[in-house]
Design a protein around this ligand. Structure first.
Ligand code: FUL
Length: 475
């Protein structure tokens, strides 16, 4: 008996060790991307002259005094971001109108030339201090398109943009993300800029090697192809970028939305979407703020499809997150907490059939994302979760250990009641997280089979929930 027990312990340990020393397959996330992958949900904040002129794209001719928040409080932004469960904030340090929210020495169109705080204010400094206090990550959006800068449209402007990147990184870094907008319109002299992306990229790598950079096509994070906040139900973290450029020369919307199954680079998607119809604050949109339930739906369609959610919350003319927005954000957090509190898998009996042997492994439902099963024979392996007293369920979460590459290309979920399979759900990719919702069903067991994979699948977690029926994903 003792020998048998030792053998079982040894087998389990060996299995654990094999599992945890897996070799990567295909492109894998870099260290800077891996940290970012863990953030899931963070805020975007569009703030600047447009907040005061009611525009979405400022002309660049606005006077600096237009920018004059009456009660700016970045700590209030952070307090609400934290209450919403966001992990960080990305701010529009400079939008297309060219106004800099920090006193840049490379522009004369900044907070320093405004009346706000007698020209001594610095929004980035205030946000960077507040984000440290609230333990939130800070990111910066910097628009290369500049409708104000006198050098825009000439070679000299590429240096201006590089100097600005250096300035914000050195003053307010470390940053968890740097956001390049691909927009490329005309400047004050009627010319378009030929952006020197190659130098921009080299600069970022040398001044902030740990900061992942976003643009339509990466290098680290790709645009998801829409501004409505949803990723493809098939979502590969891989992308081929050869022959494409940022902005108008990017891959098709569908490709950005789903990635490339055999793409050469690890470039995961990010879903940017605003809590309001516009990116900037407009009083007229106060009644159009997305509800907590709508935000939950966006979460299912972004994070629930293996992407990150970048949710824009624009401060109002006071320089505060508006009451309408904060109410939705706090409600959203409550929905997440309440609905994902009770994971039935934790109490279920877990089994994996492999090679006709009942081989009990529990890494796929041990509540630890870092451990995983290595499924070396997908044809004869199924993950079982059995509920001795039955359960009503309508949500299943699957997770893959992406540090070793994205492998799963097809899966099947069977909802079983007694000896009947009452429902079958088929899907394609999993990635770091795949949330499936469906009409509520009474089950005695759930069986998950990987039907197609590029290499031995590494399933780190399977979770089962009963969420509020009203929150089941709408199409
Ligand atoms: C776009 C911009 O033109 C919008 O104003 C907004 O900043 C959005 C996030 O990116 O390219």
């Amino acid at each position: 008996m003792k020998k048998l027990l030792t053998l079982i312990v040894l087998l389990n340990c060996t299995n654990y060790l094999i599992a945890q020393t897996e070799k990567p397959h295909g492109p894998v996330p870099s260290a800077r991307q891996m940290k970012w992958e863990g953030l899931d949900f963070y805020l975007f904040t569009h703030f600047g002259p447009n907040t005061f002129t009611d525009l979405e794209w400022g002309k660049g001719t606005e006077t600096e005094d237009m920018f004059n928040p009456t009660g700016l409080d970045c700590r209030q932004w952070c307090r609400i971001a934290k209450a919403a469960g966001a992990k960080g904030i990305i701010i529009t340090a400079k939008h297309h109108d060219g106004f800099c929210l920090w006193p840049s020495q490379y522009s004369k169109h900044t907070v320093a030339q405004s009346k706000w705080k007698d020209g001594k204010g610095d929004v980035l400094k205030e946000l960077s201090d507040a984000s440290k206090e609230y333990k939130l990550e800070l990111g910066i959006y910097l628009s290369p398109w500049d409708r104000n800068h006198p050098d825009y449209g000439t070679d000299a402007y590429n240096d201006v943009f590089i100097n600005m990147m250096k300035e914000v990184v050195s003053r307010y870094g470390p940053l968890f993300e740097f956001w390049w907008d691909g927009a490329n319109g005309e400047g004050p002299n009627g010319k378009r800029q030929v952006y020197d992306w190659h130098r921009f990229e080299q600069t970022m790598r040398s001044i902030a090697p740990n900061t992942p950079v976003f643009s339509d096509i990466g290098p680290d994070i790709r645009w998801v192809g829409n501004e409505s906040g949803f990723a493809g139900t098939t979502n590969w973290n891989l992308l081929d970028t050869a022959g494409f450029s940022r902005g108008a020369g990017g891959p098709s919307t569908d490709t950005l939305n789903s990635g490339n199954r055999n793409g050469k680079n690890w470039i995961p998607s990010e879903c940017d979407v605003s809590i309001r119809p516009g990116w900037f604050y407009h009083t007229a949109e106060d009644e159009k703020v997305k509800t907590a339930e709508q935000l939950f739906d966006l979460y299912l369609k972004s994070v629930g499809r293996g992407s990150n959610l970048l949710l824009n919350v624009p401060p109002d003319r006071r320089g505060l997150f508006n009451e309408h927005d904060s109410a939705s954000l706090v409600g959203f957090r409550k929905l997440l907490d309440e609905n994902f509190r009770n994971n039935f898998a934790a109490k279920a009996t877990k089994e994996t059939f492999y090679d006709n042997t009942l081989f009990k492994k529990q890494y796929f439902a041990d509540g630890d994302d870092k451990t995983f099963e290595k499924n070396i024979d997908i044809k004869s392996t199924a993950y079982w979760l059995r509920f001795s007293n039955g359960a009503d369920v309508n949500c299943i979460v699957l997770k893959e250990a992406i540090a070793y590459g994205q492998r799963v290309a097809g899966f099947r979920v069977e909802l079983i009641d007694g000896s009947n399979t009452v429902k079958e759900i088929k899907g394609t990719t999993i990635g770091k997280k795949r949330i499936l919702t469906f009409p509520s069903q009474h089950v005695s067991a759930v069986r998950i089979t990987i039907t197609e994979a590029k290499a031995a699948p590494l399933i780190s977690e399977i979770e089962v929930y009963k969420i509020d029926d009203a929150l089941v994903e709408k199409n």
